[in-house]
Design a protein around this ligand. Sequence first.
Ligand code: HEM
Length: 400
Amino acid sequence: MNDKIEKFPIGASILEVQQSIDPNPAYSRLQAEEPISWVPAFGMWYVTRYDDVIAVLRNTEHFVAGTPHSLLQDTFGIHMLTTEGAKQKRYKDAFRGAFSPMAVRSAMETTVHKLVNSLIDGFINHGEVELRTAFASRLPVQAILALFGLPLSEEPKLRLWYDDFEAALANFKWDSAVRGRAATAVVQFHDLIQHHIDIIRTEGGSDLLATTLADSRPGRLNDDEIKRNCGIIFFGGISTVEALILNTVFALLTHPEQLARVRSDKALLAKAIEETMRWVSPVQSATRHATKDCIFNGNALKAGDTVNCMLGAANRDPAKFPNPDMFDLDRSNAKQHLGFAIGDHFCLGSHLAKLEAAVAIETLLARLPGLRFAQDHKPKIVGFEFRQPKLMNLVWESVS
Ligand code: HEM
């Protein structure tokens, strides 16, 4: 261990608190001097260069997402993000159709517009809003309910379960109370999904679960497999989308000239969202575990070692993205960011996430003229795994 600390001084200097405030200076030093580094504060390897992150994420023989010791597996069991190869493909394929760009658009576009407008109706007359609580944290929960064909009245329950899941995935001390709360929430979530499955079996339906149940191909999933995978689908689509919405609003309001361009040319909104994914990646890392002893770029990794692929760092790798700290609508390769990862575990919900963010931002800008940060309020982006502002107080011109 001491050997590693001596060999990787930059990694040894990394502290969670500093990472949470601003990880980018440390990422950039690591990329230049210790591209594969041992970080004792987290007990794991950090991989920060764009090409190296891709190499790890594409190498499922040496690096896997799930182990019995991972919090993800402990919380949600076996599902598409804790398996590899044929098993993972079978799980993911059962849902892939429902998450294709066309399916997402036809099943969700009108619904997302309705949800966004109704949330804005709730605060438009107040003249000010804290966007996270009133909007960005609620839309993804409501969108998931709609996707699963569940009533909006379940929103408070899902929110509480989500909070228990999030606590469990950050439970690095394996606190038994935190694990217990998440286990109870998983049982309750599965009961809700099972109830809905039973209804679909007698009455039919057209939502995500109905489509999955209608699958008649060999290898179709049984109810337990469906429920476990629904757990990770639900978990994957909440804080991530909240962060993308807030980070895009942050990026545009702090770059007024680029905001003006987006206002006058709607086609630029999609670019703004891709560039935000790169500039402030909502999910900063994808964690893998070495399956065997191996040498990776000259470093001896042991079987079982945790290897954290730093997506946020890769997205600011100057070798891939010149002037990486600049938010730039005209960046020609922004779409090549790794904010949704890459390889077999590439985000299943990326099209839904981008649809939610696009409808949210377009409608906020259209309905709240002169949208800006409240006086004396400059939101700060924080967090070492999920990065986003914790508060965003906004005001606008009221139209009478
Ligand atoms: C901006 C929003 C989002 C971001 C930044 C994001 C990011 C990611 C990343 C980085 C991964 C790969 C994790 C890894 O390889 O370890 C991932 C996987 C996944 N995401 Fe997302 N995600 C977002 C939205 C969503 C949404 C809306 C859903 C579903 C409703 C979703 C469902 C999933 C699932 C099920 C996986 C696992 C895929 C697999 O293992 O094959 N995500 N996401």
